[in-house]
Design a protein around this ligand. Sequence first.
Ligand code: ADP
Ligand code: MG
Length: 702
Amino acid sequence: MNNDLNKFFYPKSIAVIGASSKPGTLGWELLGNLMKFGYNGKLFPVNPKADAIHSIKAYKSLLEIKDEVDLAIIMLGKHLVLSSVDECNKKKVKAVIVITAGFKEVGEEGVTLEQDLIAKIKKYRMKLVGPNCMGIINTKGDVLMNGTFIKGTPVAGGIGFVSQSGALGASVLKIIEKYDIGFSQFLSIGNKADVSENETIDYWKDNPDVNVITAYLESFSDPKEFLKVCKEVTKKKPVIAIKAAKTSAGMKAASSHTGALASADTVAETLFEQSGVIRVNSVEDMFNLAKAFDRAKLPEGKRVVVLTNAGGPAILTVDEAANCGLEIAELSEKTRKKLREIVVPEASVHNPVDLLPPATAQVYGKATEIVMADENVDAGILILGPPLMFDTVEITKYISEAANKSGKCAIVVVMSQDEIIAEVAKQMPVHPPLFNSAEKAAWAISEMYKYKLYRESAEGKPKKFNVNTKGVRGIIRKYKQGGLYLDFNDVYDILNHYKMPIVETRIARNVQQSLYDANKIGFPVVAKVFGRELVHKSDVGGVALNIQDEEELINTESRIIAALKEKELDMKLEGFILQPFAKIEDGVETILGAVKDAKAGHLLMFGLGGIFVEVFKDVKFKIAPLNDVDAKAVVKAIKSYEILKGVRGKKSVDIEFIEENILKLSQLVTDFPEFTEIDLNPFVFSPNRNKSRILDARIKLG
Ligand code: ADP
Ligand code: MG
């Protein structure tokens, strides 16, 4: 178990350095919040000019405090922060939160200040949260710490929330009461000078107080670490995240197809997906889903029942459920009979079950019990439209009670009456998730079901192939300078060293040699321009297919040379690539590639290939190294998977062979991170693996 952040979340004593006796200041608010929320440890305000703050004794300096201090929250002016950290060291404080802003986020001067701060923390072996953050919360009964300066009272629950944006944390805390979002722990990590999202998420992995983890991120501190940590955590508890600011400068300069197809958001998207983190696009979605995970059981299957007193919302819910991949449960005859006995004659006892507006609290409660007990039902969406004559709180409580008793996944939807949600939550501490939108409830159940499947899915295993790394190293050594594409003959050798099926290729330096090579290969052949600066060969008219004989070869080559002259590119021609003309008929042209991101490392890409890759954009990315499960998933994820499996009487290509080659490429970039861009396009896969061939390839050295 990772206990590194215990001093932050479970401190026995806190010093608030920069606490203030002036109402309205952050130093006044934060100390006030700690007191109002009922902090269960010892509290020490530190302020050289005050004797008492919020009616408790204040200390002139940290060193004046006799007791041990577990956590120091610093909210001084930015130029006093470093000396304050020195004092913390003297006082042997090991956990420090710096609320103060004016560091990295303000530019050059702040960057230096932050570096100095980090250096001190390292030297003193302290842990630091912030700077430029909002503080910390732990709602657990024996801690009761609200160490933030945010207005509003935290509600207790099982959600852990780590936020990079302070402002967002604040706006969230304002809505929690209204929407019944129960936090267990909250940490605002600000500039992430030391403690990052990775460390926090990892800390919560085994923390029994946190059932579900939420994160608001603007950047990844360390994408590789994020992947590693979240892969483990998501197998234990759900992680839901928002990633704002969808930009990454990493791959802007890429000239390969793979590089061009990786968008600014590809790294984030791939990281989330590969680590099992559920990505959402709004704060509302994040907390709706989080409270569903926190308060409801995971559904065993995907069959839902919708119970309502109003037809319209039920139809929309059924549509949304189907859209999200859920099924509308077929209620058993026994269930329908039981319902009949309690509802008004006009009511519908088929799913969606419509009790109609006259339904009382007792009827709603009983109906909930009956539908949830049906063995064809895995989850329930229990909707309450505004009833005309009854007490809504009362009805909601009846529904909630029956839902609790069912032991199944259930979400209660109280439409257009948010105040009811807060009221029910207050009166009934153990209640199902209360939503204000039935469609969101359907979506949340579908995400929970997907998560259940994910958690049960097999973990992948790495696979190593026996390859010739020495051969590749030898080739790399020949290149004295980086940043360029390798010669085709070297690419050819590298692929052979990794046992990837590049088509037989000969490089001819003149026409005479072309004729010789073509005869060796056997007509029909393909001729392509060869030159370090002629990497996109079709673009310069440099690819000629299906050449039948010597005469045609001579004519074709002179025609290509003439065309290059016209574009003043003939100086770049170093020769011709000759290959057998491969019949693609029963094969599919795919692309397999890799591109290196500065922080995340290599992204592998697989998809529909050929000269139109950038038009169809039917590709899927994964971060290397991939395991066998990843490789399978990539192939399945592209839209053209159906084409690979064979449509209209065509045979399926050898899918296993695709997976094998994906793993080999993953091994290549893991062994040789200096390859920054690789395109194998087209990589033609056929039903017979022995006829599957790479027809074109380029590799760039970083
Ligand atoms: P580039 O990508 O540099 O323009 P390619 O070598 O990929 O050039 O050739 C372009 C297209 O020509 C390929 O997508 C493929 O359809 C076809 N092609 C290339 N080489 C062969 C070959 N040896 N046999 C059959 N068709 C080929
Ligand atoms: Mg190509």
